[in-house]
Design a protein around this ligand. Structure first.
Ligand SMILES: [Zn+2]
Length: 405
């Protein structure tokens, strides 16, 4: 070897290197399998008799930014017992493949994190190959996922695709923090179809969901033993929006004039009381002095947040009764719709005090879905989109502490 070279292992110990050349754009390496014998596929006897040799060109993972082209000397053996002529096995590349397994695996993994086109350009291969590799990779990942046991806690969560008009439903494993399935629409039927296929439906103890009637119907139908838990953040969001409506009404639609103080302080109103800075509290006090009705609405909002910190279900139920009385006797009609919700979803809302499950990792998940949508832009293939969501699930990373059971 020359004294200005280093040797790099090819990392394919089954193969012996017969020659190597470094070209401007690529490496050319001639290889042959190390074995000196092969087993006859017809009679099972081992033979060392070589029949002939052929050359095949294969592509492997790049080395120092250069494509690696392997010329494989492939042999055919002849069985001395039954006379069969056969090609030696090829575990590094696979039959009739023009690239190595490890290269295809690498392409599949790469293309899960960037577009197919970019991967193809970067690795100097065809897009068709990359697409097949992604499909293979996704298939493998989903298969590995398929054997997982049915989780104890499931979340049903709607999210919008392509703007605001089209909704999909994510069915999530709240224990692992994974999207288990993603179905079109927010209807009962598709969710039921999935829940019906769960291998151990009796394992499910709780299902967290938005207060969406078709979801409730689906769970009652397919998982009758599971407790339905109305998602806490969903409810808090509604409460916040009621408070915001009161603010907007008092403001009279005007952002200017003497009521601009309301508009200016709208975020302070929605902020949790415990996170308010001193000056923000001052600001609120001034507002409440001017608009006593607003104070009533704010106190209601904070009462709900405090109520959610209750630890005992029967205590929580008692407190809910008091909150209902308060709303009923108040003149704030923006909050009156909750009386209906509390009647209609009472059990599900109170179930939170038994199973504290929330669609907690949802935020991260939605971001991930957005990223995937951006990457899949131009594909228009919802099936592809769905597969990518399922295959790139992140781990839950210790967030299981939400689940106090
Ligand atoms: Zn034979």
């Amino acid at each position: 070897m020359q004294d200005d070279c280093i040797a790099v292992a090819l990392g394919l110990p089954q193969l012996k290197i017969l020659g190597q050349k470094e070209m401007e754009s690529h490496f050319e390496v001639t290889v042959i399998y190390r074995r000196g014998e092969a087993r006859c596929p017809r009679c099972g006897k081992v033979t060392v008799k070589e029949h002939d040799r052929r050359q095949q060109c294969k592509q492997d993972r790049r080395l120092r930014d250069k494509t690696v082209l392997l010329t494989l000397i492939k042999r055919r053996f002849r069985c001395l017992f039954c006379g069969k002529v056969f090609t030696e096995p090829d575990e590094v590349f696979g039959p009739r493949r023009r690239s190595s397994h490890r290269f295809r695996e690498y392409l599949g993994q790469e293309a899960l994190h960037q577009t197919v086109r970019r991967t193809a350009q970067k690795e100097i291969v065809g897009e068709g190959l990359v697409r097949r590799c992604v499909a293979e990779e996704i298939g493998k990942r989903l298969e590995a996922k398929g054997v997982k046991e049915t989780p104890k806690f499931i979340g049903l969560d709607e999210f919008s695709v392509r703007g605001r008009r089209l909704y999909h439903t994510a069915i999530c494993n709240l224990v692992e923090g994974e999207v288990m399935e993603e179905v079109e629409g927010q209807g009962q039927h598709r969710v039921e179809e999935y829940l019906d296929k769960l291998p151990q439906p009796e394992r499910v103890k709780g299902v967290a969901m938005d207060m969406h009637e078709p979801f409730r119907q689906a769970v009652q139908m397919c998982l009758p033993q599971a407790k339905i838990v109305a998602d806490k953040f969903h409810l808090i969001r509604h409460i916040n929006s009621a408070l915001d409506k009161v603010r907007s009404r008092l403001q009279g639609g005007s952002r200017k004039g003497k009521r601009k103080d309301l508009f200016k302080n709208r975020y302070i109103l929605l902020k949790g009381a415990e996170r308010l800075a001193h000056w923000e509290k001052e600001r609120l006090n001034q507002l409440f002095y001017r608009y006593p009705e607003l104070k009533g609405a704010w106190v209601l909002k904070e009462s709900f947040r405090a109520w959610y910190r209750e630890t005992d279900r029967s205590k929580a139920e008692e407190m809910l009764g008091l909150l209902e009385e308060k709303i009923a006797s108040d003149s704030l009609y923006e909050f009156k719709e909750f009386l209906h919700t509390f009647t209609n979803w009472r059990g599900e809302i109170l179930n939170y005090f038994e199973y504290r499950i929330i669609n907690g990792f949802v935020e991260g998940k939605n971001n991930r879905i957005k990223t995937i949508k951006r990457m899949a832009y131009g594909y228009r293939n919802m099936d592809n989109f769905r597969m990518r969501i399922l295959a790139t699930n992140p781990g839950y990373e210790g967030r299981v502490s939400h689940l106090l059971t």
